[in-house]
Design a protein around this ligand. Structure first.
Ligand code: GRF
Length: 206
């Protein structure tokens, strides 16, 4: 499975995929990484693994790159790499419907909450404030509506009394590091399919 990964930050999830690829634990080839931030540590991780990187910084030369410009560069890059799957792993820029509907491969996103609960930002803080007993992470199909596409997989944990937003972030991230490679393995083996009718219907009604 040829995979392109979009990142904005530390890239710990990208690192898990790199490690699994290098160990032969996942039948994937990471064909390229796109970062929308030039200071993302994920860029170093990709370069260290000799993976092509496109830095499409949204604040290049002091000027914010508009979403249209970002998307046209990203599209061209993805078309060159020809991935079978595009993975948003800690990618923090909202993409337009036009881009999402026209990507050269299906796109999945890792979200730090048990969707459909807690879409959007600051999920750990909101989970604490609401006094939730359970929390976790989800991998879902990316559709034009934010964090609303069909959920493919989830992993959950119990929220402890002493948890803070920071401790939850650490604990959820450990789950993400298991959920992401596992989900990609299921997709690579065809156990999970992104093209079946049921999933597409679910996407429409979500
Ligand atoms: C993850 O917690 C993800 O859920 C959130 O951003 C974080 C990315 O972490 N959207 P990393 O860049 O993979 O280390």
């Amino acid at each position: 499975l040829r995979i392109a990964v979009l990142v904005s930050g530390s890239g710990s999830n990208l690192q898990v995929l790199i490690d699994a690829m290098q160990a032969g634990a996942l039948p994937i080839e990471i064909v390229g990484v796109i970062s929308n931030r030039e200071d993302a540590y994920a860029i170093t991780r990709a370069k260290d693994a000799d993976i092509p990187v496109a830095v499409l910084s949204h604040v290049a030369s002091g000027k914010r790159m508009g979403i249209k410009t970002f998307e046209s560069h990203a599209s061209a890059q993805l078309t060159t790499w020809q991935p079978d799957l595009i993975v948003l792993a800690g990618f923090m820029r909202v993409l337009s419907a036009g881009f999402i509907d026209n990507t050269p491969a299906p796109m999945i996103n890792l979200h730090p909450a048990l969707l459909p609960a807690y879409k959007g930002l600051d999920t750990h803080q909101r989970v604490i404030q609401a006094g939730e007993r359970q929390h976790g992470c989800s991998i879902h199909v990316v559709t034009a509506e934010l964090d609303a596409g069909a959920v493919l997989t989830q992993a959950w944990l119990e929220v402890h009394q002493k948890d803070t937003a920071d401790s939850l972030q650490t604990r959820v991230q450990k789950l993400e590091h298991q959920l992401l490679p596992w989900t990609i393995l299921l997709l690579a083996k065809g156990v999970l399919s992104l093209n079946n009718e049921q999933l597409l219907n679910q996407q429409r009604t979500c």
